[in-house]
Design a protein around this ligand. Structure first.
Ligand code: UN1
Length: 512
């Protein structure tokens, strides 16, 4: 019932797409390497994209540098007005873009729509923000002096995004970066280039009717080499990168060596503590959606359940029953709960993790495996599975981007918090409890060490209004809401002397 051909056409995607775009201008179709985008839904090739060369990259950076001089001089509310129009354009394209996200990436149609909704939400947020880029004023210690701070744009912001949220993560960065007065160069995941091309067409359409010059929003297609060019480029003051911890460490090292700024959103290893005071029915929904939603491919996916011994048997019985009712299949069919993994490499890593878990002593309550048959011909469909483990198993300490859920038993809350914190990653965490003392203890300085800590909500599905990101190997960056915008700006402290003398600070005497 979804006419993918029409959707692709309406979103501006052709059979072979150029390697870059500076807005309404797209790179030529010079012969270079290409990426074929296959749908994990049915294994069919959707379309191809050329890979940018070094000279394509230079052309993009040059345009972005020129465009920045124009863009930074536009009043912030005017920049906000363009982002408002972009949000409107997304509303018009929600169904088409959400469907393409589902088809190219494999998440359920509802989640594809939800992802576009996150884009719309961040645009609304950024529009308001465009009139609220506030700095503080201070009282000077010297007479007739005024001190205040201003926030100025940085310049070019490089955005490296991952396949699992192929469009929303870019928009969190781009909407904020743009209202702050920056221009963007986006390198999407090579696994999902088409959704990125669709977004670029949508934003370019808005820029066109407003006569915005080329170079404000740029797209560049490629793999690791393009990521390296961005990371090593002195002309790009901020790199925002989402992906694996391994990738993030490489980006961080390269950017730090030139003293640039990086904003990193890396792996998670998110746990829900299910207390003896939990509402078990509510906990079940949070846990199952968190573990199998997006086929376990969110950085906020629930990887571990830390369950109180007194409710362990009752809860695991519910969980196993719920897993038995999961419908796995074509994510465009709204009847299904779980779609495919992104590709067969991801399937291999899922199978490898199951093997490693068994080798370390993991006991599977729900077995995993790859699904076969006509509906599963892409080879990317797997069974969500559940294993009883110890927190210190090597495989449990590691983030596998797949629907494998680990169960761990606890006796005391202190122990549960130590288990929850006892992994290298620190993105999202949750406690299910109706007990106020427990909840507050979990949220206190001695509680969860994650960037996100929830009570009676699962680990995934954060709203854009809060700052999104995490600690430790998650990389420390914060995107989207709250004051995350400050990362995209430089702070300038200004002191103005309106007296007739020049008194020095700290009372220093210096007479000529
Ligand atoms: C991600 O998986 O990279 O909180 C982002 C969530 C979504 C975003 C996830 N709003 O699950």
């Amino acid at each position: 019932q979804h006419n993918i051909g029409t959707i692709l056409k309406n979103l501006g995607i052709v059979e072979l797409n150029p390697a870059y775009s500076t807005g309404n201008k797209w790179g030529s179709l010079a012969d270079s390497a290409r990426i074929d985008s296959f749908s994990p839904v049915n294994g069919k090739k959707i379309a191809s994209v050329l890979v940018a060369t070094k000279s394509d990259y230079e052309a993009v950076v040059k345009k972005a540098e020129e465009a920045y001089l124009f863009w930074r001089s536009q009043p912030a509310p005017k920049r906000g007005e363009l982002v408002r129009q972009f949000g409107d354009a997304l509303r018009k394209n929600k169904e088409a873009l959400g469907t393409l996200v589902s088809y190219e990436m494999g998440k359920s149609l509802q989640e594809g729509f939800g992802e576009v909704q996150e884009m719309i939400d961040i645009c609304d947020f950024a529009v308001g923000l465009s009139r609220q880029l506030y700095g503080l004023t201070m009282h000077s210690e010297r007479p007739s002096h005024r001190m205040y701070e201003q926030w100025h744009p940085l310049g070019i912001v490089g955005v490296i995004s991952a396949f699992n949220f192929p469009v929303a993560v870019w928009s969190w960065n781009a909407a904020l970066a743009l209202v702050c007065g920056n221009v963007c160069i986006w390198k999407p995941s090579e696994k999902t280039p088409l959704t990125a091309i669709a977004c670029q067409h949508i934003i370019a359409g808005v820029f066109k009717v407003n006569d915005i010059p080329e170079g404000v929003s740029n797209l560049i297609i490629g793999g690791k080499e393009i990521g390296e060019m961005l990371s090593n480029d002195m002309r790009i003051p901020l790199i925002s990168a989402t992906g694996s911890t391994r990738m993030g460490k490489a980006v961080a090292a390269a950017v730090a060596s030139r003293l640039g700024k990086s904003l990193l959103e890396l792996g998670g290893n998110n746990a829900i503590i299910i207390s003896e005071h939990a509402d078990l029915d509510m906990s079940l929904i949070g846990a199952v959606f968190g573990a199998v939603g997006t086929a376990g491919q969110r950085c906020t996916s629930t990887r571990r359940l830390i369950i109180h011994e007194s409710v362990y048997d009752a809860f695991t019985a519910k969980l196993v029953k719920a897993y038995g009712q999961l419908r796995i299949g074509n994510p465009l069919n709204q009847h299904n709960h779980v779609g495919p993994l992104i590709d067969t490499d991801a399937v291999a890593s899922y199978m490898g993790s199951i093997e490693k878990c068994k080798a370390e002593g993991g006991r599977f309550l729900v077995e995993g495996g790859v699904l076969n048959g006509e509906e599963y011909a892409s080879g990317c469909y797997v069974k969500p599975c559940i294993a009883e483990v110890e927190n210190d198993y090597k495989i449990v300490q590691h983030e596998t981007f797949a629907p494998i859920l680990y169960l761990i038993k606890y006796k005391t809350l202190e122990q549960a918090i130590a288990l929850q914190n006892g992994v290298p990653q620190g993105l999202s965490s949750a406690i299910m409890t109706l007990n106020l003392r427990e909840a507050e203890q979990f949220l206190s300085a001695g509680g969860s060490d994650c960037g996100i800590a929830n009570v009676n909500i699962g680990t995934s599905g954060a709203e854009i209004g809060g700052a999104f990101g995490g600690e430790k190997e998650t990389g420390g960056g914060r995107e989207s809401g709250s004051d995350a915008w400050k990362t995209y700006m430089r702070r300038q402290t200004n002191t103005i002397n309106y007296s007739t003398t020049l008194p020095l600070a700290q009372g220093i005497k210096f007479d000529l």
